[in-house]
Design a protein around this ligand. Structure first.
Ligand code: PAF
Length: 287
């Protein structure tokens, strides 16, 4: 695996590959790699000639500086994982390389898509995500970009951004990878207390349980209220939001018939750790 820190070196390497007609798949990450990230790399390897993974803990997307400080950094372990996955290129840039002084990032209009859910509770977060993904795509110019469904709102925004850029990069969304007990994999899971870790699978259980409720004719409003009550009943758990929304616009729907793509998204504090999860209830890529 080639490990590159410099933008210029990376671009020279990738330009040569492109000239040979090779296709480039790109998986941006913030490191602390787990099986969720591995699934992106594996798919990128399958669908392209070259897989580029980036590890960059992007400071501009942390609305809480304590969260940035606490973000796990596991460089040695990450490199071993990537080598084990036969990843081709690891781009490991510095903050100055990603954000040179003369950098210009266009302004995108996402309407309400970046204002709801995560956008409401983590002000500024998506500005940082869009900024860094725009910059990384500009550097790597991949044929395909691999992102996880776990960050549903994030990939939806990036899809909107690619459309507005009229970019030729195709976004490929990979399904959520879960522990055997259902907990969605996240770099933050290691920070859960043993008790909260034991209780955390309830989140996915509740989200999946909504399927039965809604197919049996239960209303959306009741479903949301029921799920929030169940989460609040868990000791040390505090749901921030739980919303059943249209999967394209992320706007609330009143009944399942209102959309052909419906998703339930939630963010829950388990002690001091903020967990997010979602389940597609209708249409889309994954049931
Ligand atoms: O999902 C993440 O890990 C990050 O938000 C991303 C897409 C790598 C941008 O920093």
């Amino acid at each position: 695996m080639l490990l590159l820190k410099s933008v210029e070196e990376l671009q020279i390497v990738l330009q040569k590959k492109r000239q040979k007609g090779l296709k480039i798949g790109f998986a941006p990450t913030m490191g602390a790699l787990h099986q969720g990230h591995a699934s992106l790399i594996k798919k990128a390897k399958l669908e392209n000639d070259i897989c580029v993974c980036c590890i960059f803990v992007n400071p501009t997307q942390f609305n809480d500086s304590k969260d940035l400080d606490k973000y796990p950094r596991t460089e040695g372990k990450d490199i071993k994982i990537l080598v084990g996955l036969d990843n081709d290129v690891l781009f490991y840039p510095t903050v100055d390389a990603v954000y040179p002084k003369d950098l210009h990032i266009p302004i995108f209009d996402f309407g309400q898509v970046d204002k709801v859910m995560e956008g409401k509770f983590r002000p500024g977060h998506f500005d940082g995500v869009v900024e860094v993904v725009y910059r990384l795509i500009d550097i790597v110019q991949p044929d395909r970009l691999y992102m996880g469904q776990k960050d549903f709102q994030q990939f939806t925004l990036i899809q909107h951004m690619l459309q507005q850029m009229q970019s030729s990069t195709k976004l490929v969304v990979c399904p959520i990878i879960r522990e055997v007990d259902g907990l969605a994999l996240s770099s933050r899971n290691v920070r859960l207390t043993p008790e909260n870790r034991q209780n955390a699978p309830i989140i996915s259980e509740i989200l999946h349980g909504l399927n039965d409720w809604l197919t049996n004719g239960g209303s959306i409003k009741e479903a949301e209220a029921k799920a929030i009550t169940q989460l609040n009943e868990m000791p040390d758990f505090r749901p921030e939001y739980l919303e059943i929304v249209d999967g394209y616009t992320l706007q609330p729907i009143e009944q399942m018939e209102d959309s052909d793509y419906v998703v339930v998204c939630t963010a829950v504090w388990a002690g001091g750790v903020r967990l997010i999860d979602n389940v597609i209830l209708k249409g889309g890529q994954q049931k």
